[in-house]
Design a protein around this ligand. Structure first.
Ligand code: N01
Length: 533
């Protein structure tokens, strides 16, 4: 039997990749990590734009697998900034000596399954090749950036920046005329900071988003100690919750709450900050009436934050229900539009015609800029995988198969692609949950399958077609019962022209997902075909 150079290759050194690499080594597996970046960090390595910070609280957005680790790392703010999370992931890599398993600056170009030997042959863009029994894709959900196809885009002679590939080090915007295209979470976080120093900021907005203040604060010793005392309980709630965090909706259903109670609950969820607003009442993203109440509350808050009625109208979302696109978590975003040097261009009324050497021309005319910042998002959930030429049994190609909606089993396994394990793939809770914990769950699940196969002397595990179809349909049915499907979001592929539409993450909840996945394992990997080379 041909022996592989490695038991597994892990692609990616973000939360999921690092976890898997560290734990593969602990099990005595020969693991190789391949990472396109020059360092660990994944999303937190690439997205270095000003204002980047997580919208899950620091205490929750960190590994839970090692009690010493979670108690020794002292977060400084309620929501950690990108530099702090990157430092944390570097600390994890140091602490568990994980870097020695990685080759950095290696972008995987292709992977081919050899049916005879039951091995993957992996090749990177630099020409490095290796073989492994298992190929674990920890390539991230939002790691394939997109740039809009605007006529003349490359003719601009000023500086061009992209939030998702931000250069290392500070960019000085002092006295410069800056354009920002895109008002998702990245744009919403970057715009207020850019406006602090730029002489002019023009925000080109195609769709208005819901944004809720982060109410970020320094974690003082008292709050930190309180969190530490409660940590075991807090983690328990997170692991058993629907979204991997300790927060739940108000216990009294909306229909049974009085007007005063409803108001109080919305206010309280608002001040919890950011995405947690969508959790105010159970069913907020399912039931039109509750969602309308949340929308009314939001619009009242917006009126307090934005002075100019036209600007306010332009900043009011019109094309989706509250929470059905990722709610942005901001610090002074809306207030920024009260500043005299900040202009909002509503592209629905005044579309971009072209980018020129000196600026951006919309139907109303040319605005000149020194810098253009693209905060235009990602080919989410599938883009990182379809960017690689992955060939499974009989030459089947993910890139070709995923021209249609991706069929996965539990989000982890794909029919026709034995021993390929996708972490946080389409069909997992991933982006709807706390990715620090989903990454642990996904890594542990992949390693559990690998352990099972080695214990049984099996060399291949492949999802059955019918199991993948049923799982995918189950996910789509769950999403159909909510308001999510109607929103033109990256959750559904709607941000990419020509991408197959359908709700990509698993919306049934983190705990429910874990229970289903564990049941599959406990029943001897029902829905998988396990075999020997
Ligand atoms: O990307 P997005 P993002 N002309 O896709 C616009 C996570 N995240 O990087 O909505 C003009 O949300 C596009 O317009 P439209 C978080 O999960 C988290 O901001 O398609 N505009 C939209 O406004 C988040 O959801 C954090 O009409 C164009 C924007 O670009 C996810 O990452 C921070 C355009 C893209 O927004 C993605 O966020 C940052 C065009 N041709 C990111 N094409 C936190 O933890 C696109 N747009 C807080």
């Amino acid at each position: 039997m041909t022996l592989p150079e490695h038991d597994l290759v892990v692609v990616g050194a973000g939360f999921a990749g690092l976890y898997t690499t560290i734990h593969a080594e602990r099990r005595g597996l020969r693991v190789l990590g391949l990472e396109a970046g020059s360092e660990v960090g994944g999303t937190w390595y690439w997205n270095r734009y000003p204002g980047a910070r997580c919208d899950v609280e620091s205490i929750d957005y960190s590994y839970s697998f090692d009690d010493e680790l979670q108690r020794e790392w002292r977060w400084s703010e309620r929501y950690a900034t990108q530099p702090e999370i990157l430092r944390y992931l570097n600390h994890v890599a140091d602490r568990f000596d994980a870097r020695r398993h990685y080759r950095f600056d290696e972008r995987v170009a292709s992977a081919d399954w050899d049916e005879r030997s039951h091995l993957w042959k992996v090749r990177t863009e630099s020409g490095f090749t290796t073989t492994a029994r298992w190929l674990v894709m920890a390539t991230g959900c939002l790691s394939r950036p997109i740039l809009p196809d605007i006529p003349g885009r490359d003719s601009f002679t000023g500086e061009v920046l992209q939030t998702s590939a931000w250069p290392d080090g500070q960019i000085d915007f002092t006295g410069r005329r800056v354009a920002v295209i895109g008002t998702g979470s990245s744009g919403v976080q970057a715009i207020p900071i850019i406006a602090d120093t730029a002489s002019e900021v023009t925000v080109y907005q195609r769709s208005a988003n819901y944004s809720v203040p982060a109410f970020n604060r320094v974690l003082d010793d008292e709050e930190w100690l309180r969190q530490q005392e409660d940590l075991t309980h807090r983690r328990e709630l997170s692991w058993n919750g629907a979204a991997g965090s300790p927060w739940t909706s108000h216990p009294v259903p909306y229909a049974e709450a009085s007007d005063a109670e409803r108001e109080e609950v919305f206010e309280e969820s608002w001040t919890r900050g950011g995405v947690l607003f969508a959790k105010a009442f159970q069913g907020l993203t399912v039931d039109h009436e509750i969602n309308e109440a949340a929308r009314t509350f939001f619009e009242r808050k917006l009126a307090e934050r934005v002075n100019d009625p036209q600007v306010r109208a332009d900043l009011t979302p019109t094309d989706h229900a509250v929470g059905t696109k990722r709610i942005c978590t901001d610090t002074h975003y809306y207030e920024t539009f009260n500043l005299p040097h900040v202009e909002l261009v509503n592209l629905r009324r005044d579309p971009i015609v072209e980018v020129t050497g000196s600026g951006i021309r919309t139907e109303s005319g040319l605005r000149e800029h020194d810098v253009i910042v693209y905060a235009t998002g990602f080919d989410a959930m599938t883009g990182a995988l379809t960017a690689i030429d992955i060939r499974g049994r009989d030459g089947r190609s993910i890139r070709e198969e995923w021209r249609g909606f991706p069929q996965t089993y539990l989000g982890v396994a794909l029919p026709g692609f034995p021993n390929l394990l996708v972490l946080n793939g389409p069909g997992t809770p991933s982006v709807l949950s706390n990715m620090a914990l989903t990454s642990e769950q996904q890594g542990a699940y992949a390693l559990r399958l690998i352990d099972h196969c080695s214990a049984e002397q099996l060399t291949s595990a492949e999802a059955r077609q019918d199991a993948a179809e049923a799982w995918t349909q189950h996910g789509l049915d769950l999403a159909d019962a909510t308001l999510f499907g109607d929103a033109p979001s990256w959750y559904t592929g709607a941000n990419i022209e020509g991408k197959a539409r359908g709700f990509l993450p698993y919306i049934g909840g983190f705990r429910a997902y874990i229970d289903r996945a564990d049941a599959v394992a406990e029943e001897g990997y029902r829905g998988f075909v396990l075999s020997r080379a």
